[in-house]
Design a protein. Sequence first.
Length: 83
Amino acid sequence: SDDDIKDIDVKSTPYVAVFIGSVLGYAICLMQYFYPFIGLQLFNICILSAFVAYITQCIGYIVLQTKFQTIKREFRSPFGVYG
């Protein structure tokens, strides 16, 4: 609705990051279109990146659970620190 749009603070929108991300995404799509053999390499890079992101999130969770035990948390793993 229009009320939701009026509430958005334009100064806090990272428009440069959104624009650069969009341009980069379209450039990758065009590369894939004109050079189809790149597709497998792009897929492997995406899988590796997702794996690294997942592992770093898991390590971050464990570090925060062990080093900052007194912080109030909204979520607690039912399996303990390493779960």
